[in-house]
Write a protein that binds this ligand. Sequence first.
Ligand code: NAD
Length: 501
Amino acid sequence: MSHVPDGLPQRIQHHIGGQLVDGISGRTFDVLDPVSNRPYATSAAGQAEDVDRAVAAARTAFTDGPWPTMAPRARARVLNRIADAVEAQDARLAELETFDTGLPITQALGQAQRAAENFRFFADLVVAQSDDAYQVPGRQLNYVHRRPVGVAGLITPWNTPFMLESWKLAPALAAGCTVVLKPAEFTPLSASLWAQIFSDAGLPEGVFNLVNGIGEEAGDALVKHPDVPLISFTGESTTGQTIFGNCAAGLKGMSMELGGKSPAIVFADADLDAALDSTLFGVFSLNGERCTAGSRIIVERPIYDEFCSRFAERARAIVVGDPHDPATEVGPLVHPDHFAKVMSYVELGRSEGRLLAGGGRPDGLETGNYVAPTVFADVAPDARIFQEEIFGPVVALTPFDTDAEALALANGVKYGLAAYVWTTNLQRAHTFAQSVDAGMVWLNSHNVRDLRTPFGGVKASGLGQEGGYRSLDFYTHQQAIHVSLGPVHTARFGAVAKDRT
Ligand code: NAD
């Protein structure tokens, strides 16, 4: 029996216009915890009419409320208070997140702290923001005036839900937008904490609205709503394609952070101990439910056998268990449906690779969505476990002989989110990094990211870049204002004929 947090809500509601409300239709869905797989709460299942209400509240807050036109410093004060509140309750947040998602508690705590940091970062950025101004001496002054776009629709996935919500909420609010958030239906618990945090911090009513629900219902209605001019989406590439199509009718702004099958390329000259630590963490942290997971490890032939055996030995020793136990390194997957999907890839892998570790449910964990860290070696590049995103603790190892072959293997999938390159050769590191199809590359490191840097993928991994001022660009229009400083040369249409008469 796993830990059950005190004070769990039995009913998860929407938050619209400053009020907690049930759905108009009264429809609900069950929310399970991943250790017992029993429902612990019911959540309101938002329908189009609930989305209408939420968008109307956000629209009113945008057109009539103070938020969009407040001085950046005033908005930043609110964002900093939000960050303080998130930090002050990081342990509680982590407890709820771990209960709802199965993320190991130590990792959930890190994500809660990162969520606070997102608010602090965008508070700083919006105050420091400067915009372009151009002078044509004596003739013109041109400057950029930024305006928040309007009601932003934010749609988020279930992996590290609170942190990923903060990633969209913080820049959208900093920019002066009002928002409707539709969190993932597997994990609505932590999102239900935002409303109180925001209201305590002084965010005006109606600026933040939350509609829970199923993607094809609540998410779809949000995407198609005519008063929502932009959608920020994080989730699967196939869902992104559907949303892309649905945004077309309204010519909406879109930011898409999608799936990944990121390679870690380990050259023979790499620091092998560091590469092992990092690649193990890179694929098995967050239960492998991580968009930037290094789920394909491509290893240069001279060190391949040693790498495989040391990697597998460590994978077999990973502590899998109760996510609330601070000693746990890998917890249960989020939901039985996702568990079934990951297990189907584990079964497939037996015919596509050489099983070195894991391969199913760990001994002694007969219930709950537990999958042992699973390692397949000698995986061919056309194997489905090499090509498709599994989003669980499963990794494919493949050898290579030349730099060109390593690059072809790295780039030979439809995704292009992250890449991790391990070598001590400076020239090779940069040459490889600049050739690999990935929005983000780490040299001799796993994913450690400064918030100012661009975040986003290429190919099927995304559209557009967020991160730092790029996020503010997404949530604002940059209006060009042209001021004439003297008489402007103007061709006098129609004046010549009149002069002649
Ligand atoms: P998902 O695409 O199933 O769902 C994501 C969100 O979209 C949920 O809130 C869902 O309800 C909603 N949704 C589903 N169908 C919709 C529709 N037709 N219209 C509108 N909304 C809809 O993704 P998931 O399974 O929750 O998350 C895992 C995926 O997210 C993985 O592919 C992972 O790589 C990706 N991800 C990417 C990043 C990144 O930054 N690139 C970060 C985290 C996760």
